[in-house]
Design a protein around this ligand. Structure first.
Ligand code: GLY
Ligand code: MN
Ligand code: MN
Length: 442
């Protein structure tokens, strides 16, 4: 990513955040927004910390993800202040000196101990909205996470600035490159573990830097939606490969899933192709004013149609959706907002003042119930799976007589199909960050 482009986009990004913060503070009746980067969490009865994860509100303002104990102070009309913890420490890597396109936009104070930050925070604690985890408390400054302030910030976070979109394009590029390496490893007969190693090497990220734990599945493991075991030995034959794996750039995530048929698995390839075709169509429906839950229910109808066309079920697509049979094969949501978090916050919010938009009846795992708008980024991730537990339940129901069990049983060894892209809604054609990134590799 050229630094010149970042330098150009960043001031507008900051201006947008300043504007949102000003209104949020007004809504909550506060003068200052304080954001704690957070502290490491320690394992029970141990002095070992879990990998540090920065407060997403913090990394919204600047591309700093590894500075625990640091703080931001946002006061409308003033330059934002960064209190940057750079401890005198010879046990751990000390966060590097602030550098880059963003530093000139902050008043920066360096502190050497976490508790020293308190002296640089506004003295009138009651005038401060303090966003962070309880463990970030310094002196009298204890996170209060005021709902009115958070609701405003979380609602507006769905709209990405041009700077954020640029970050997400880079994350997508890193993810696509690593997916290519993973596919090559699969074609070479590698184990799940070896595929994961190939992925990480190509992404040039550690597991802790990824936005979520990679899901790397050969054969029937694809039926475990969040499978993370990484089998060390390859199976006798690799019939199918499902990989759901992301990458991070400056705190922004991508979330990509691809499914591949192994050599000779033509029947499975036909199912993968059909889901891929349907998925592209769902992506093309990411438009301003589109209701995401409606798109999710539409996806059920289309996927049920595929199940029927390919001979898994004999009932109509409509009755498969109505009776819940489609949910046996597609038991998760169509997708979610993505950005600073892989499941970005605010997907159920009714308005900037809060409230909750309900999920459609019978769809408890949908993570996005809002109406789409230009500037928002979400995943589109339909799937069809052969999950023993859910199939066993279906077998007990009257609809079981409309299922071709021989065909279903023959597909259990493939696990399932999921195709997942990250899509930006625009005023016109949606921008598919994932497919664009794969294309750019060619
Ligand atoms: N990788 C998690 C998800 O797709 O939501
Ligand atoms: Mn996802
Ligand atoms: Mn995913």
């Amino acid at each position: 990513m050229p630094t010149a482009l970042l330098s150009q986009l960043y001031p507008d990004h900051l201006a947008t955040l300043q504007q949102r913060a000003s209104v949020a503070l007004l809504r909550g009746g506060f003068d200052h927004l304080l954001i704690a980067a957070g502290q490491p969490h320690y394992q029970f009865l141990d002095d070992l910390p879990y990998p540090f994860q920065v407060n997403p509100h913090f990394k919204h303002w600047l591309p700093v993800t590894k500075a625990p104990g640091s703080w931001l102070v946002i006061t409308p009309g003033q330059k934002p202040k960064l209190i940057y913890l750079q401890p005198h420490d010879y046990w751990h890597v000390v966060p590097e000196a602030p550098a880059g396109y963003w530093v000139d936009h902050f008043d920066i104070v360096i502190v050497r101990e976490a508790r020293e930050a308190a002296a640089h925070l506004p003295a009138q604690v009651e005038r401060c909205a303090i966003v962070g985890e309880e463990s970030a408390t310094v002196g009298m400054h204890r996170p209060n996470n005021p709902e009115a302030v958070l609701n405003h910030l979380h609602w507006h976070r769905a709209w990405k600035t041009d700077y954020e979109l640029a970050m997400m394009r880079v994350a997508s590029h890193l993810g696509a490159r690593a997916h290519r390496a993973a596919e090559a490893a699969f074609r070479g007969g590698a184990s799940e573990y070896a595929i994961q190693m190939a992925y990480l090497a190509a992404a040039r990220e550690t597991e802790n830097e990824l936005p979520y734990s990679n899901i790397v599945c050969l054969n029937e493991h694809g039926a475990v939606l969040h499978y993370t075991n990484l089998e060390r030995n390859p199976p006798a034959q690799s019939h199918a490969f499902l990989i759901d794996a992301g990458a991070s750039f400056h705190g922004y995530a991508c979330d990509i899933t691809r499914t591949y048929a192994g050599a000779g698995a033509e029947e499975f390839r036909a199912l993968v192709d059909a889901v891929d075709h349907a998925q592209r169509d769902f992506c093309s429906q990411v438009r301003p004013g589109k209701s995401y839950p409606e798109l999710h229910v539409h996806a059920h109808l289309v996927l049920a149609g595929i199940l029927r066309e390919q001979g898994f079920i004999r009932m109509s697509a409509e009755s498969a959706v109505e009776s819940g049979v489609s949910r046996v094969f597609f038991p998760h949501g169509l997708g979610h907002y993505i950005g600073l978090q892989v499941h970005d916050i605010g997907g159920f919010q009714a308005s900037e003042d809060g409230g909750t938009l309900p999920k459609p009846d019978g769809h408890p795992y949908l993570r996005l119930t809002r109406t789409l708008d230009a500037g928002q980024v979400m995943t589109i991730e339909p799937g069809i799976y052969f999950i023993d537990l859910l199939l066993a339940e279906l077998k007990q129901r009257p609809e079981a007589s409309d299922v071709d069990w021989e065909k279903v049983d023959a597909f259990r060894k493939y696990g399932g199909v999921r195709i997942e892209d990250d899509v930006a809604c625009t005023a016109g054609e949606p921008e598919n960050l994932t497919r664009d990134a794969f294309m750019a590799l060619n």
